[in-house]
Design a protein around this ligand. Structure first.
Ligand code: ATP
Length: 357
């Protein structure tokens, strides 16, 4: 059974006077999906949400919500008629009202099922309090409950945890995500935090220069980014130049087949380049000989070690002076200045050199 498209955005364009970024979005979201929208600052994430919600009028394109046309050249539906909720970065709560009054603010009918949101989001015990004196995390829950109480068909969240300190964020985020997953609402979640994007989403949409360049499951976009920008934005890694010779990539880790280092979506571009950028994540490199499955060995010197308990992140300098990050388990004992042999556990990703901006 195929699920209905909750949202269908086709070449929705917006250019602001004086802004270098023009937004041009194409996106299809299935009912009940959680999409996280990520990308560098200023790439157009908030503008995309505002266009979908109707707070910003597009220049052209089409927008449908559950097959109903919300925007086209001949139609523009007002924000309040779109069935969309939005949670803003600053929460936009009514400071003089209680938690309860904030949450019930958007409720139109006598149905009291919205009261369940107080339990779902863990705010029933504070429901009589004024929102003024709540912590950032509590205000966040109230803002989400208020948006959900109006029963939106789609909820848009713009960096919902940006005002919560790092120590609290991990805990609050996991709790709220678990609660939201029990609902059948469709969510689009803007974040600049790549860890949050991978944690939250059914699919991650990577945006740059106003366009969504790749949309994939968290695992797929992390393992098979289609551009160097996506690789570098979503997770850690090191990029280094290599050559194409005799239909192979000749790299510091030996000869690698092009087909293993590319996906169908960036293979053509690579085939036409004589040099490529390889990108390798710290966990794709190993110092344990029996784990080297790909390419050849290269020697280097450990110049620093960051210890995280479960693992350590080494910075290793090769003899040509290039630096690589290597993640090792804590049972691997290494010290600064030590010589090591590095090898690849799996194929790195390759990108045409011209892709780099
Ligand atoms: P951030 O991660 O920093 O919040 P973003 O990806 O959400 O950034 P947007 O806020 O959508 O980016 O902005 C995209 C571009 O459009 C930026 O260059 C911004 O300055 C510009 N822009 C957004 N709104 C307006 C506006 N009302 N008038 C003029 N320019 C605007």
């Amino acid at each position: 059974m195929t699920t209905a498209a909750a949202l269908s955005v086709n070449s929705l364009k917006k250019t602001f006077d004086g802004s270098v970024t023009s937004v041009d979005v194409t996106l299809e979201v299935r009912e009940g999906e959680i999409i996280s929208l990520v990308g560098p600052s200023g790439c157009g994430k908030t503008t995309t949400l505002r266009l979908i919600a109707g707070f910003e009028e597009p220049d052209s394109g089409q927008l449908r919500i559950f097959s109903e046309e919300m925007y086209s050249l001949s139609r523009l539906v007002a924000p309040e008629k779109r069935g969309i909720g939005m949670v803003f970065q600053d929460y936009a709560l009514f400071p003089h009202l209680s938690v309860l009054d904030n949450v019930r603010y958007g409720v139109r009918d006598s149905d009291e099922s919205w009261l369940e949101l107080l339990d779902l989001l863990g705010i029933r015990s504070i429901s009589e309090r004024s929102v003024e004196n709540l912590s950032g995390g509590e205000q966040q829950r109230v803002a989400i409950a208020r948006a959900l109480a109006a029963r939106p068909r789609i909820l848009l969240l713009d960096e919902p945890f940006s005002n919560i300190d790092a120590a609290q964020r991990m805990h609050i985020r996991q709790e709220i995500i678990a609660a939201l997953r029990t609902l059948e609402t469709t969510f689009i979640w803007v974040t600049h935090d790549q860890e949050e994007a991978l944690l939250v989403a059914d699919r991650v949409a990577f945006m740059i220069d106003g366009e969504i360049k790749q949309i994939d499951s968290p695992e797929h976009i992390y393992m098979y980014p289609e551009t160097l920008e996506a690789a570098e934005f979503i997770g850690e890694g090191v990029a280094f130049s290599s050559e194409i010779r005799n239909d192979q990539i000749t790299s510091i880790f030996g000869d690698l087949p092009i087909s293993e280092c590319t996906t169908e979506n960036n293979r053509l571009e690579i085939d036409q380049s004589s040099s490529v950028i390889l990108f390798v994540r710290p966990e794709q490199i190993t110092v344990e000989p029996d784990e080297i499955l790909v390419g050849s060995i290269v020697a280097g010197t450990v110049i620093s070690r960051d210890y995280f308990g479960h693992s350590s992140l080494l910075t290793v300098q090769l003899d040509d002076k290039s630096l690589f990050k290597v993640r090792v388990t804590s049972r691997v004992e290494v010290s600064e200045g030590q010589r090591l042999n590095l090898g690849l556990r799996e194929y790195p990703r390759a990108f045409a050199e011209t892709v780099r901006v």
